[in-house]
Design a protein around this ligand. Sequence first.
Ligand SMILES: Nc1ncnc2c1ncn2[C@@H]1O[C@H](COP(=O)(O)OP(=O)(O)OP(=O)(O)O)[C@@H](O)[C@H]1O
Ligand SMILES: [Mg+2]
Length: 242
Amino acid sequence: MLRVSGLHVRYGPIAAVKGVDLEVRRGELVALLGANGAGKSTTLLAIAGALAGRQGRVELDGEAIHGLTPERIVRRGIAMVPETRDVFADLTVLENLRLGGFVHRRTPGAFEEELERQMDLFPILRERAHQAAGTLSGGEQQQLVIARALMSRPKLLLLDEPSLGLAPLIVEHIFALIGRLRESGLTILLVEQNAAQALARADRAYVMALGTIAAAGPAAEIAANTDLEAIYFGGKARGARA
Ligand SMILES: Nc1ncnc2c1ncn2[C@@H]1O[C@H](COP(=O)(O)OP(=O)(O)OP(=O)(O)O)[C@@H](O)[C@H]1O
Ligand SMILES: [Mg+2]
């Protein structure tokens, strides 16, 4: 479904991503792991079309999408939940969801239908529909940004560190939700610091180190054969296929 080849991203003088190749097949949950600063968020942002200093090829279902605007990429079927977890704080939960559903503007009933789907998936958002999003707890805001991304009815969801900074119980909730989304047929590329949790649920994984892919393979193989600790502390992969 998604094929990224020869992706390079620079922030001015800094080369953040240096020749990344990865693919995500239809229905897969793929984990993208690696230490702080490895280039995981940069890779997701580049796929979503949000970065200017980018080279390389990104294909969705065989069609080139690099070079399209972020809005057009959403319309093609890729939605992203950024690590920054930004809600429009002064807008209500409902208004935040409406913004995520902008692609349905010209299809009567589609927005309402999608809204119902998200409220069923995230009951707390139905309860808080008319509350300012900035007053939600961290875990509730995370659910809101995921729901907002899903409002565009994506085929591929890019999730950047959905468990970051959340209490263990909420983390469990978020991972269970990711499992449910995946069972519903959604294809997911998941960036996580929480490698064990991500590998337990993923089909395949890529491990990034210093802007490149240091290891790749089936999630179970990566969990068994890769020295994740070394990678997280900036070392090289042991044993796994690159
Ligand atoms: N806007 C920016 N301007 C300059 N450098 C940046 C910018 N964003 C990221 N970088 C640099 O690019 C590199 C990759 O950053 P990125 O955010 O992609 O890493 P990451 O793997 O997502 O890390 P983390 O686990 O901490 O979220 C880092 O060295 C970072 O300092
Ligand atoms: Mg990041």
